[in-house]
Design a protein around this ligand. Structure first.
Ligand SMILES: C[S@@+](CC[C@H](N)C(=O)[O-])C[C@H]1O[C@@H](n2cnc3c(N)ncnc32)[C@H](O)[C@@H]1O
Length: 281
């Protein structure tokens, strides 16, 4: 009799255990699916903050590559400024973040770099881009911010030039001119750039690049986004201590400059949706 009760109890325990196992493997499945389908938040303000470099199941770019772009920035730009099948170009594509994001979102994409770190990135100096005039729907670029990162041994690497002198901006102006040439009228460029504080000297690299794009290349301003900087090498106790002791600031954000190639036709004919803007003032 006691044996029968023990067997029944064991069977019950076994059932509960396998039920729990099933539940946890279901939960695991759901969690896995959620991660696979994860998309970054659609940003609606000018302050963008996302704690990880990538999202979803497939890595975007290589998060071990120094200077890799946070993938959610490119994802947000695609949602706002492109449609499926549009052509996106990244002239300094490094480890290929733009390529990976565009492919997952069904956009055509070409990525160039002087030192490719991804099988689909084509070697090219971005001061001359081998594409036709007015042929591209969106450009994203995350250029060097000065000579703070050693990207390669290539002589043509603009990351070898200090942002403290004019040459750095002159060379990036050539890149900007090429971007203007290949973009279709009315289409948008996103330029990710950080400022520099080196040896007690601050250089407002981002603002100087924005000014160059507007004044010299004749892009039109669209907006200016602050992207918080996460996981950078100076986010350590010793650097926070130095920032306090020697009275300087660690870089907390980068700029995402949004500008567009002018198109008077689009400006005049883009009034199909009537928005009562006074409501939003
Ligand atoms: C901030 S990284 C880009 C990171 C890239 N978006 C990614 O997610 O991996 C800047 C890149 O500019 C490239 N670069 C520097 N000078 C260049 C040039 N003249 N033409 C093309 N690429 C250049 C560097 O090789 C480096 O990969």
């Amino acid at each position: 009799m006691q044996n029968t009760i023990a067997v029944k109890q064991n069977t019950k325990i076994g059932e509960i255990k396998s039920q729990k196992l099933n539940e946890s493997s279901n939960e695991r499945e759901i969690k896995k699916k959620k991660i696979e389908e994860e998309k970054p938040p659609f940003e609606t303000t000018t302050l963008w903050d996302f704690s990880r470099q990538s999202y979803g199941k497939k890595p975007k770019g290589n998060n071990k590559f120094q200077g890799v772009t946070p993938a959610f920035i490119i994802w947000n730009m695609l949602q706002r400024y492109t449609r499926p099948d549009d052509l996106v170009v990244d002239p300094m594509c490094g480890s290929g973040t733009t390529i990976d994001v565009c492919e997952e979102e069904g956009r055509k994409v070409i990525g160039y770099d002087i030192n490719p770190q991804h099988p689909k990135v084509v070697k090219n100096d971005s001061r001359k881009i081998p594409l036709k005039d007015n042929s591209v729907d969106m450009v994203f670029i995350d250029s060097p911010y000065g000579d703070n990162v050693n990207y390669s041994n290539e002589l043509a690497d603009i990351g070898k030039i200090s942002a403290e002198g004019p040459k750095f901006f002159e060379e990036l102006e050539k890149v900007a001119g090429e971007i203007y040439r290949i973009l279709k009228p009315g289409k948008v460029i996103g330029w990710l750039i950080g400022d520099q504080w080196v040896k007690k000297k601050f250089t407002p690299v981002g603002l100087k690049i924005y000014q160059m794009l507007i004044d010299n290349i004749k892009f039109e301003p669209v907006d200016l986004i602050c992207v918080t900087r996460k996981n950078q090498s100076s986010n350590t106790r010793i650097w926070h201590y130095r920032a306090q002791k020697f009275n300087f600031f660690l870089r907390g954000f980068k700029y995402l400059i949004l500008a567009k190639k002018p198109d008077s036709k689009v400006e005049n004919s883009n009034s199909t949706t009537k928005v009562k803007w006074q409501r939003y003032k």
